[in-house]
Design a protein around this ligand. Structure first.
Ligand SMILES: Cc1cc2nc3c(=O)[nH]c(=O)nc-3n(C[C@H](O)[C@H](O)[C@H](O)COP(=O)(O)OP(=O)(O)OC[C@H]3O[C@@H](n4cnc5c(N)ncnc54)[C@H](O)[C@@H]3O)c2cc1C
Length: 425
């Protein structure tokens, strides 16, 4: 994990190239009075899966949770799993698979606890909710150093707002060392996947907006368009419904059906498909948007996407999307700080440039921002899965994420992290 004193070995290349000021592994070290006075409560980066550009920065301290907070413990009779704040989704899923259980993890198994704490949108979310909807307990330390241990079923009135804040906005308030999660019985999965053209994408998006909760659509538009329709087959009814949809999809000749024993075995957007150029010498940023059904606007949307892809500066950049709905729309927007519960689509823009090339970086970030601007009419809100306090867009992203709950969050932040050692709002 530690290449040398100042570099962190993480999947995100921006972060793995950062020369950090200091690497620490234990929370005790952070709040230890000698250390604290010597660092004068400087801004801290927290690393769990290490998949974002915010887990390590030049000249800043990183608290790497992967070594000391990587415990996994299943309480089988309660269908509950407790994981450390430094556990990655691959380890969680491999552990659950041994017990024939599953959890709504995202499209990749690389992310760590940051996936869960920032909301957690899964191909299974339409049936099981967001990752945060399945949190039963949380332990950790607020930015002010106070230890917290909260359980959903025994919250007192003074803990309710903090509980909601930790579900969706935890990175701004606390360092989470343990999360208790509901688990689910595993079931077989069918995937219908393949390349489609833009006209077919419009039709499939329209069809997906009527999907039952066991189905979801995810697509990527890079050089070409590739789609995945995900179906969980839990019972006869799922089987029947899925067969009906398969009939409707027969006219899309390039789509193929694949069957898997369980969700853990599915691998989305594999390298072999060569969907976009994956280059180890690239740095990147990602911005995630949220919006409702496209309905009659789907063709205008696809036209807009064609323009965005036509203008993309290199082969590494792309736009992709996940589908929400079903269970994620049922919960009240007050239940957590993932407030945009009416969302159906979460597209994200992936922008990458050759590291050490400031000119290309400027062009690529301009493309990302212009694409965001174009997509805003369809997807006006933000899913703050990546924290960009090093970019000019941070303030707007925070506002578009937390909207009407932002002032409550700022109040919580003043109490929980008064010296702002965690990312600012
Ligand atoms: C390949 C890939 C696929 C993805 N697919 C999905 C998807 O399907 N659905 C989805 O919703 N998102 C998805 N994401 C986004 C991802 O879930 C978020 O960016 C998430 O924040 C990454 O978490 P991490 O722990 O890996 O990152 P890190 O870089 O380690 O952490 C990011 C930030 O989160 C905060 N944080 C992390 N852990 C803790 C903790 N224990 N306590 C307090 N703060 C913490 C810190 O502020 C940290 O800087 C994907 C990302 C990648 C790279």
């Amino acid at each position: 994990m530690k290449k040398n004193n100042n570099l962190l070995e993480v999947p995100n290349i921006n972060s793995s190239d950062a020369h950090v000021k200091n690497l620490i592994y234990k929370i005790d070290d952070l709040f230890n009075s000698h250390y604290k006075s010597s660092q004068k409560s400087e801004y801290l980066c927290v690393c769990s899966g290490g998949t974002t550009s915010s887990c390590a920065r030049n000249g800043l301290i990183t608290l790497d949770l992967r070594k000391e907070y990587n415990q996994i413990h299943l309480e089988k009779e309660k269908n509950l799993i407790k994981i450390g704040g430094g556990v990655i989704m691959k380890d969680l899923m491999n552990y659950l698979e041994k017990h024939n259980k599953t959890f709504p993890t995202g499209l990749s198994k690389l992310p760590g606890a940051g996936y869960i704490l920032t909301g957690g949108i899964s191909p299974m979310s339409r049936r099981y909710g967001l990752a945060i909807d399945n949190i039963e307990s949380i332990k950790g330390y607020l930015g002010n150093g106070n230890f917290i241990s909260l359980e959903q079923n025994s919250l007192d009135s003074s803990q309710k707002l903090l509980w909601e804040g930790l579900k969706g906005a935890a990175p701004f308030l606390a360092i989470i060392t343990e999360i208790g999660l509901k688990t689910f019985q595993s079931h077989p999965i069918q995937i219908i996947e393949g390349f489609v053209d833009d006209n077919e994408l419009s039709k499939i998006i329209n069809l997906a907006e009527g999907f039952p909760e066991n189905l979801s659509l995810q697509w990527i538009y890079a050089e070409d368009i590739y789609i995945y329709i995900f179906a969980e087959i839990k019972n006869d009814s799922d089987n029947k419904i899925t067969k009906n949809y398969l009939k409707k999809l027969e006219k899309f000749n390039s789509l193929k059906i694949k069957s898997y024993e369980n969700y853990n075995q599915v691998n989305f957007f594999p390298k072999e498909l060569d969907l976009f150029e994956l280059n180890k010498n690239n740095h990147s940023e990602v911005i995630s948007l949220l919006g409702g059904d496209l309905k009659d606007n789907v063709q205008i949307f696809v036209k807009c996407m064609n323009e965005i892809i036509r203008d993309k500066p290199n082969k590494s950049c792309y736009v992709a999307s996940q589908q929400l709905g079903g269970k994620t729309k049922e919960l009240n927007h007050k239940s957590s700080f993932f407030i945009h519960r009416a969302s159906t689509w979460k597209p994200w823009i992936y922008a990458a440039w050759k590291k050490g090339d400031p000119k290309e970086k400027e062009i690529v970030l301009k493309w990302m921002n212009e694409s965001w601007k174009k997509l805003k009419i369809f997807f006006p809100n933000i899913h703050l899965a990546q924290i960009h306090n090093h970019l000019n867009s941070h303030e707007e992203e925070v506002y578009l994420s937390f909207g009407e709950r932002l002032s409550e969050l700022k109040t919580l932040k003043n109490i929980c992290d008064p010296e702002s050692i965690l990312p600012p709002l």
